[in-house]
Design a protein around this ligand. Sequence first.
Ligand code: SF4
Ligand code: SF4
Length: 179
Amino acid sequence: MPTLKDVISRYDSICAFCDSLWDKAVIYNPDQIHCHAGCSDCCELETVSAIEAFKIIMHIGLNAQTCRSTNNPGCCTFLENNRCRIYSCRPVICRTHGLLLKSGEDSCIQSCPYNFQGCKNPDQTSILDWESLTINLMKINMAFCTLAGFPELASQRILLSDITSGKIPDKLTFALSSL
Ligand code: SF4
Ligand code: SF4
């Protein structure tokens, strides 16, 4: 029977896997990648799963009000001066922006429009199977919510703006204190 820490460790492994794909993408496709610090067109995230909210709260601390954003509507609440304020614990989806993505074996490959422009033969080892990743994430989130004692949160999305304004679900706060 896995523990809460085991499940969180599995989530961390997925983050590390995405980061390793990025390393490969940069090594094998150096001329195709246009991501750089200050480019934030993809930073429009509004909600996260319970385990991702939990990781962010662990990172910023429970006094989340100090993290209040002054961002424009439509931008992620953690974006400030075109930089991510929670970069080291950003959610998985943020770690996949700009990568080559496919959904299942036969789907076409997509990426941010700035990257891989006109690339006809991308390195296959740096392509992320989005469908498999999403299924894994859903399983991990379900295990996290079940082990933490709030399975009903597994099907809910948590607003990032609620985290930055201190409206953190009590159950997540409790899970934090139980680790
Ligand atoms: S969490 Fe960070 S990387 Fe993700 S959308 Fe927000 S600002 Fe961008
Ligand atoms: S994925 Fe696209 S929009 Fe996001 S940082 Fe990279 S180049 Fe910029």
